[in-house]
Design a protein around this ligand. Structure first.
Ligand code: NZQ
Ligand code: ZN
Length: 387
């Protein structure tokens, strides 16, 4: 196990009715920018609960943060926050709204071009961001308990991630009932995204990190068990609760400490969203099976472990078990209704493979993955396997 420092500063309020805790978390004299998406929170009662909890606090609302939050939209929210002298950002929605809130919070005090924040992966943040609170309505990204954000900029076809320790939400509210209203597609996306977050931190090479491994495997198993239950019975509170908590732990940093991490599936997937507008989780389902195949040798030890401990595959040769684990992964995504081939999205694999490899190379991403051995040629190979 490698050395690490672990600190997660986000306070979580979990369960029914917890939205009222906003009133204890945000100071009474705060000037709040409430950031939201396209309006789902007005239909499912979340907005009313949030407004009640905010009480008399001066609040300005910004609706319209889109899925894959767009830089230009967020800059309008920054302008509002500056104009109204907001000193807190409250994100109410899914990962896109939470990620957007992180950019807004960092951009309000930022001098100069705020695109530098994602463009430098957070390095450009020097002024302390505004404090952020979150009410999460979609289990998927882990954004409710991490310092990451992924920002799209459609005008230039870019999608870039940034991290900064000062953009973790100060608090996050996770009420499983707020997720009852999710469309099936978004529930499936969330399960598929969280699954891949675990894989990116787990399926690398053995690092003698037993806690991280066993914990990662248990999150995967919970997603495999509870995901389909949630899809079958959308009002099953316990299944929803387990799903949210699994998604939070998938990317709150805990399973990634002291171990090698991959993230190539995400890096390649973000390009597919930037180029073709495919939902984030769906891009991961397209990339992951091919990546497992192409990286089979460097990941061999962990693939065998994954086959045994997650999919209970114990029969046959090592290679047969690895093949079966890769196919189980693909079948799991397909069982959620997430298609795993580029042709399912009417995308030509050969053209896209070349373009994605070219774009990543232009950005210096020529040696990704836990061993830095995923080259542009391998990226093409991975995407061709997803034809
Ligand atoms: O905009 P509204 O009207 O709220 O509708 C949203 C949106 O259309 C809807 N929704 C959310 N909660 C709902 C609901 N509809 C009904 N009932 C509810 N309770 O769901 C749609 C999708 O929402 P979005 O926030 O885009 O989904 P998700 O949480 O999957 O976030 C995806 C974004 O997160 C980034 C992705 O790249 C993508 O931009 N990621 C962020 C990460 C992080 N911060 O650590 C890591 C991830 O790997 C990921 O890259
Ligand atoms: Zn993701």
């Amino acid at each position: 196990m490698e050395n690490f420092t672990y600190h997660n500063p986000t306070r979580i309020h979990f369960g029914r009715g917890q939205i009222e805790k906003i009133s204890c978390e945000i100071p009474a004299g705060a000037r709040v920018l409430l950031l939201a998406g396209g309006g789902s929170i007005k239909k499912n009662g979340v907005y009313d609960q949030v407004k009640k909890a905010l009480g008399a606090r001066v609040t300005h609302e910004f609706f319209g943060v889109e899925a894959n939050p767009d830089f230009d939209t967020l800059m309008q929210a920054v302008a509002l926050a500056r104009r109204e002298k907001s000193d807190w950002v409250l994100a109410v929605g899914g990962g896109s709204v939470l990620d957007g809130a992180k950019l807004v919070a960092a951009a309000v005090p930022h001098e100069g071009d705020a695109w530098q924040i994602p463009a430098t992966h957070g390095g450009a943040i020097t002024a302390p961001p505004l404090p952020i609170g979150a009410v999460l309505t979609l289990p998927a990204t882990g954004s409710e308990a991490n310092g990451n954000a992924v920002i799209s900029r459609r005008a230039i076809k870019e999608k870039l991630a940034f991290y900064h320790p000062l953009v973790y939400p100060r608090f996050s509210i996770l009420d499983p009932e707020t997720t009852f209203s999710l469309p099936e597609r978004q529930v499936a996306n969330g399960i598929g995204d969280a699954f891949c977050h675990v894989i990116e931190q787990y399926l690398t090479f053995p690092a003698a990190a037993e806690i991280q491994d066993r914990f990662a495997e248990s999150i995967l198993k919970v997603l495999i068990d509870e995901g389909p239950k949630t899809l079958a019975s959308p009002h099953d509170y316990d299944a929803r609760a387990n799903l949210i908590w699994a998604a939070t732990w998938a990317l709150n940093g805990a399973i990634g400490v002291g171990v090698p991490q991959d993230w190539a599936t995400h890096t390649i997937g973000h390009e597919l969203t930037a180029l073709h507008g495919i939902d984030h989780a769906r891009t991961l389902a397209i990339v992951l099976p091919g990546l497992m195949r192409v990286q089979r040798e460097t990941k061999r030890g962990k693939l065998v472990q994954y086959a045994a401990r997650v999919w209970d595959l114990h029969e046959g040769s090592e290679d047969e078990r690895i093949d079966a684990a890769i196919e189980s992964t693909r079948a799991f995504y397909e069982s959620l209704g997430i298609r795993t081939r580029l042709s399912d999205y009417k995308i030509k694999a050969d053209e896209t493979a070349v373009e994605v490899a070219r774009r990543l190379a232009a950005r210096g991403e020529t040696a990704i993955g836990e061993r830095g051995d995923i080259t542009p040629a391998r990226i093409e190979e991975i995407l061709l396997l997803a034809a």
